[in-house]
Design a protein. Structure first.
Length: 344
């Protein structure tokens, strides 16, 4: 695909701001949104990650809060099919306590995602949880949706709440492809929901949430990428974009559906995964794990209901996992041993 046809509104996962003058303009705009205090904190974090990637900062930088693990689709590339955890949703009390803990560490936090192994919009209080997070001063708050629940009333509530900085919409390909890879909902419902949200955002002149319309790059979708971009780019606002994302295996827990051209992009020699010094994920019932790819919580280091997040971040269990990676003993860890995303 000729990326120049669509400019900076189409990006790849590994090049999230795009190249050239358009990419530079986007980076400058994002920097201008942050203000001097957050910019200084960003520089400090990024310098540390660049030159000392395997020395832990005082706290995690990317936070993932699973508000629910319930879902209304049966996506073929999702590890939820192997989930043996109970299905439920995070209550306001637990979320509020987590937000209070994160508030004390917010200078180290780059982003907070309200999402996990489920559809966030199935949580009836999702927007209230977003408000709690915003009131705690948490930066770059975002969530994702399979876009099956974007009714007119839900779209109006979402835009009126104005709590999410970014919203990821997972839509893959045309009707035939979508209904094969994401069974459980008619494509027309998703298409209408996305159109409804983009139109309402445009009519309101709303800056937030920035919409990220995502298509996973797989054999089933590869031939449709350009048509997908041509279909949706004209409807995007100035802060919206399409993300062409390499499909995950979630630590080798699902089949490798990457295209042939993308199966050999990782470095020749494996090194310690940087996510162990960056990520922190919490399940709806309080379990804490070391990486957002560990959606089955096999590497859980504890539970936030029993131990504060800051203590878990520097706990003996977490430090042991980091040490095993530094010693190249990731084969002793499940799901690390089969992970294909270790270099991202």
């Amino acid at each position: 695909m000729d990326r120049r046809r669509f400019g900076s509104q189409v990006v790849y996962f590994s090049d999230t701001t795009g190249g050239g003058w358009a990419g530079l303009a986007l980076r400058l705009r994002l920097a201008g949104d942050k203000g001097p205090v957050r910019l200084a904190a960003d520089v400090r974090r990024k310098w540390h990650r660049r030159f000392r990637p395997h020395e832990p900062l005082p706290f995690a930088q990317a936070i993932h809060l699973e508000v629910t693990n319930a879902c209304n689709l049966r996506c073929v590339m999702c590890p939820r099919q192997f989930m043996d955890r109970p299905v439920g949703r995070m209550d306001r009390e637990r979320f509020g306590e987590i937000a209070r803990q994160l508030k004390t560490q917010r200078d180290w936090i780059e982003s907070v995602a309200l999402m996990g192994l489920g559809e966030p919009f199935l949580h009836p209080e999702l927007l209230d949880l977003g408000r709690i997070a915003k009131e705690a001063g948490l930066h770059r708050l975002y969530t994702s949706t399979n876009a099956t629940l974007l009714s007119e009333s839900r779209v109006a509530e979402l835009l009126a709440a104005d709590v999410f900085d970014q919203l990821i919409l997972s839509v893959d390909g045309d009707r035939a492809t979508y209904e094969k890879v994401r069974p459980g909902c008619a494509y027309e419902v998703v298409e209408a929901g996305v159109e409804r949200l983009l139109a309402a955002k445009r009519q309101r002149g709303a800056r937030r949430p920035a919409i990220e319309l995502q298509i996973l790059l797989m054999d089933q979708t590869e031939a449709e990428i350009e048509d997908f971009c041509a279909r949706w780019v004209p409807l995007l606002g100035s802060r919206d974009r399409i993300l062409i994302k390499e499909v995950d295996t979630f630590g080798g827990q699902v089949d490798d559906r990457r295209t042939a051209a993308h199966r050999h992009l990782e470095p020749a020699e494996r090194f310690a995964c940087r996510q162990l010094w960056k990520d922190l994920a919490v399940s709806w019932d309080g379990r804490v794990t070391v990486c957002c790819k560990d959606v089955l919580y096999k590497l859980a280091v504890g539970n936030v209901n029993e131990t504060p997040l800051a203590e878990l971040w520097r706990s003996a269990r977490w430090e042991t996992i980091r040490r095993l990676h530094l010693e190249k003993r990731w084969d002793e860890l499940d799901p690390c041993r089969d992970c294909l995303e270790w270099w991202i």
